[in-house]
Design a protein around this ligand. Structure first.
Ligand code: DGY
Length: 318
């Protein structure tokens, strides 16, 4: 059986896979397999190992006549047309759990960096713009003891809440359903969406990308937030109306934003958001810790092999 792997992985992760399957892997360092190559290679492949950088859409499904299992090295699967997969009885696997702590670490790091202007301050030194100590030079927002509002209290949300508890923050959350674990473990308080926006100093977006969450943050939501609020998004870019965010930041309706995800990735350096001083931007690195990426790749292979060999996937997207 043939497997297509759309990213270049270290050889040691492939040993046992190569013993069992014919493997075609991308040769692009830290980037996706070129689309043309993917569309050609997929025609006779039974397995596809993918990630958030690929679009697994109708065009691909129409060419993938032999495809049985898609395994994404990610928790999110909004890049995969699940309806097309279902129509063709193609199984889809993903990797929840193993990236929880790394993503929560990065989310909290981005929160602190944005609140305290860490990246901007580091650039001041590199650009030789540090002239003297000043009483309000590069002053930011305190983190310790402030109120954090988490939208999307799943595994990663709880991970962020645990870190926030260590900083004595008041923890508010909004979710489709109440999360008793978060309420009992860290004292998180459930709020309606609007209330959370009005009361939080740090608003952290961790909701998955679904038709319901598309642009859930737009002009109206930013207007409800405090003028000192810091907005953090480590979920998906499509959850935020970037034009509205730009307007809110420029008009100082909110104080700053820390973004790890964008509506179009990679974002162009000319994008209006990246021209603003009060934006701290990262290139979708939420889960980018070495141990985590190895665990994600191993789990994605397990899903793929299980599916191709007729066993249940460890984590199947329903
Ligand atoms: C995911 O897993 O969905 C992240 O966005 C990539 O690690």
């Amino acid at each position: 059986m043939k497997i297509v792997i759309t990213c270049k992985l270290p050889e040691e992760l492939l040993k046992s896979i190569k013993e069992k399957f014919e493997v075609v892997m991308s040769e692009v360092e830290n980037g996706p397999m070129p689309r043309e190559q993917l569309l050609q290679e997929i025609t006779d492949a039974e397995g596809l190992f993918t990630n958030v950088a690929d679009k697994i859409d109708k065009e691909l499904f129409e060419k993938a006549k032999q495809l049985k299992v898609i395994s994404t090295m990610a928790v999110g699967y909004d890049n995969i047309d699940l309806e097309e997969a279902r129509k063709r009885n193609i199984l889809v696997g993903h990797t929840p759990g193993v990236l929880t702590e790394a993503t929560a670490d990065l989310t909290f790091a981005l929160l602190m960096a944005t609140g305290r202007r860490v990246v901007e301050a580091a650039n001041v030194i590199k650009e030789d713009a540090w002239k003297s100590w000043g009483p309000f030079f590069l002053t930011g927002q305190e983190v310790y003891g402030k109120t954090i509002g988490i939208i999307g209290m799943g595994r990663i949300g709880l991970g962020v809440a645990k870190r926030a508890k260590g900083f004595s923050m008041e923890i508010l959350y909004h979710n489709r359903s109440r999360n008793e674990e978060a309420e009992n473990e860290v004292g998180a308080i459930y709020k309606e969406f609007e209330e959370l926006l009005q009361q939080s100093d740090y608003v952290v977006l961790l909701a998955p990308s679904t038709p319901e969450t598309y642009h859930m943050f737009s002009t109206e939501q930013f207007k409800m937030m405090k003028s000192t609020a810091v907005f953090i998004n480590t979920s998906r870019g499509s959850n935020v109306d970037e034009k509205a965010l730009y307007e809110a930041l420029k008009a100082k309706e909110i104080w700053a934003a820390g973004l790890d995800v964008f509506e179009v990735e990679p974002i162009s350096s000319e994008h209006p958001l990246l021209q603003l001083e009060n934006v701290t931007a990262l290139p979708h690195i939420g889960s980018a810790a070495i141990e985590t990426r190895v665990a994600m790749a191993r789990l994605a292979f397990k899903n793929l092999v299980n599916g191709l060999e007729g066993r249940a996937l460890v984590h199947q997207v329903k």
